[in-house]
Design a protein around this ligand. Sequence first.
Ligand code: HEC
Length: 129
Amino acid sequence: MRLNRSGNSLAMRVALTIAIGAAATIAPRPVDAADVAAGRALALAHCVKCHGKDGKGDGPAVAAEHLSPPPGDWTDKEDMAEHPDVFLRNMIEQGGKAMDKSERMPAFGKKLTPAQVDDLIAYIRSFSR
Ligand code: HEC
């Protein structure tokens, strides 16, 4: 028996459409090296004084401004696996106070665009890959 080619390709197209739709819902933008580099530049400007150049949560402001609790360690794979992207995004956009965390973590939602926050998340994740 011959395969019904047009039937197969229709099924394939439907499956592909669903797969692409699902991927688009879960990951609005693929993470690539450019995002990490852009995120690093933003972090150097806005975050490293507290979070540290190596993402360990040991920037100079931690001691100077007595940050307690200190920022988390972005190189700690187990810890970071417990933080979904939405938590990182909310912390960055809304700040610690709105999240019942340290109010020393500022809110950047008015300073940064959603795409810039995506880049920062890519950068933060790059420490625990
Ligand atoms: C003035 C110091 C300070 C600056 C600047 C700062 N943070 Fe934070 N951040 C903190 C502190 C303190 C915490 C810990 C909050 C807690 O656990 O109660 C924190 C927590 C976070 C968290 C939750 C995970 C973790 O590390 O504990 C994220 C994500 C985060 N900051 C991202 C950023 C980003 C991105 C920037 C720059 C755009 C930034 N922060 C700038 C102090 C700062």
